[in-house]
Design a protein around this ligand. Structure first.
Ligand SMILES: Nc1nc2c(ncn2[C@@H]2O[C@H](COP(=O)(O)OP(=O)(O)OP(=O)(O)O)[C@@H](O)[C@H]2O)c(=O)[nH]1
Ligand SMILES: [Mg+2]
Length: 337
């Protein structure tokens, strides 16, 4: 389970810390003691990274629950407001609260604290969007508007997969400015993985072509492609992504292609609009939601999954390598409540 959530058993053994808890539960895997420690460490980073959202969501919900003697319309209205304020979006928030109402009534719940637990369950279910398992060789095409964290995410992903003993090649297809390839090169050195780059202004598809040749000759598992976010309009973007896709289909037909859309959580509902636009021009497989540590509005993760039906595959909760985590709905909700 998990597109990049390390579904295969071998994967979990190699990188036990990456396996979302649900995946482990489903596969019945037992994490060793070291794995448990690592998991605690990861959860505490997640917990810390989501502290602003937690103050905004759990803080307010707790206050409301404490002040509630009877579950009535006011209670639900206040709850909806809290969810909307966390950037969950009006539609998603309404739907979640309607579902909560139905369950509270059906189960004849009168205690607001119990309602709070049901709310958590509903949120976890909402974010349980199905995801494809990993498949090698793979090409990850990383897209998104400028400054959202594409290059940093690629660097972190390269290190993760390298640590999990996968051979990785990077392609610097953001040729818009020389600094972009330089930045990726620093990550390549850090992760000790090969990188293919051309001069500034070169054709991105030509970089991808060379990246494929490199990945093929090295029999690499994974080719990660950095792309420019600075394309002037939708038409340019579409053309460029199409051209890159054509090269991959022609030169690397055996590869599994996944398009990861990176969204900066601090941009809120605007991020949702970006996801919609990119979905129109590219076959987006999933979302990487970055900079959650910088916002109190982490509810955007719920809105993305509920409204776009796209899985959030990874989240960024800080600038360290461990701060890019495989998304786990259970851990996420537990960290914001
Ligand atoms: N706090 C925080 N900062 C992040 C996170 N992810 C990325 N950043 C920062 O965001 C800034 C932009 O990241 P880049 O990786 O350069 O973004 P990009 O999308 O490649 O940008 P362009 O190539 O200019 O389009 C950098 O300063 C990163 O360190 C995160 O999860 N949390
Ligand atoms: Mg970049």
């Amino acid at each position: 389970m998990g597109i990049f959530g390390f579904g295969a058993k071998k994967e979990r053994e190699r990188a036990g810390q990456e396996a979302p808890r649900q995946a482990e539960a489903q596969h019945g895997a037992q994490a060793g003691e070291a794995g448990q420690e690592e998991k605690k460490g990861l959860f505490s980073r997640l917990f810390q990274g989501l502290s602003k959202t937690r103050a905004n969501v759990a803080g307010r919900v707790d206050e409301l629950v404490e002040a509630t003697e009877k579950i009535d319309d006011d209670f639900y209205e206040d709850l909806v407001d809290i969810l909307i304020m966390s950037d969950m979006g009006v539609r998603t928030s309404d739907r979640v609260i309607e579902e909560l109402k139905a369950r509270v009534q059906a189960q004849r719940i009168t205690d607001a604290r119990k309602a709070r637990e049901i709310l958590k369950d509903i949120l976890k279910e909402t974010m349980n969007t199905p995801r494809k398992p990993l498949k090698w060789p793979m090409v990850m095409l990383v897209v998104g508007v400028n400054g959202v964290g594409k290059t940093t995410t690629i660097g972190k992903l390269a290190m993760r997969f390298k640590d999990a003993r996968h051979s990785v090649v990077l392609a610097a297809a953001d040729t818009f400015r020389a600094a972009a390839a330089d930045q990726l090169e620093i990550w390549a050195q850090r992760a000790q993985v090969p990188i293919v780059r051309h001069a500034e202004g070169a054709d991105p598809a030509a970089v991808v072509f060379d990246g494929i040749k490199k990945a093929q000759s090295a029999e690499a598992d994974l080719l990660i492609v950095d792309t420019a976010g600075r394309l002037h309009n939708k038409k340019n973007l579409m053309e460029e992504l199409r051209k890159i896709s054509r090269v991959i289909t022609r030169e690397y037909p055996q590869a599994e292609v996944r398009t990861l859309l990176v969204i900066d959580a601090t941009t809120g509902q605007n991020g949702l609009a970006q996801a919609r636009e990119f979905s129109e021009v590219a076959d987006v497989s999933g979302i990487v939601l970055t900079k959650l540590d910088g916002t109190a509005k982490g509810g955007i993760a719920v809105a993305i999954m509920d409204e776009l039906k796209l899985p959030v595959l990874y989240i960024g909760v800080g600038e360290q390598i461990e701060d890019l985590q495989a998304f786990d709905a259970g851990a996420f909700v537990d960290a914001i409540f």
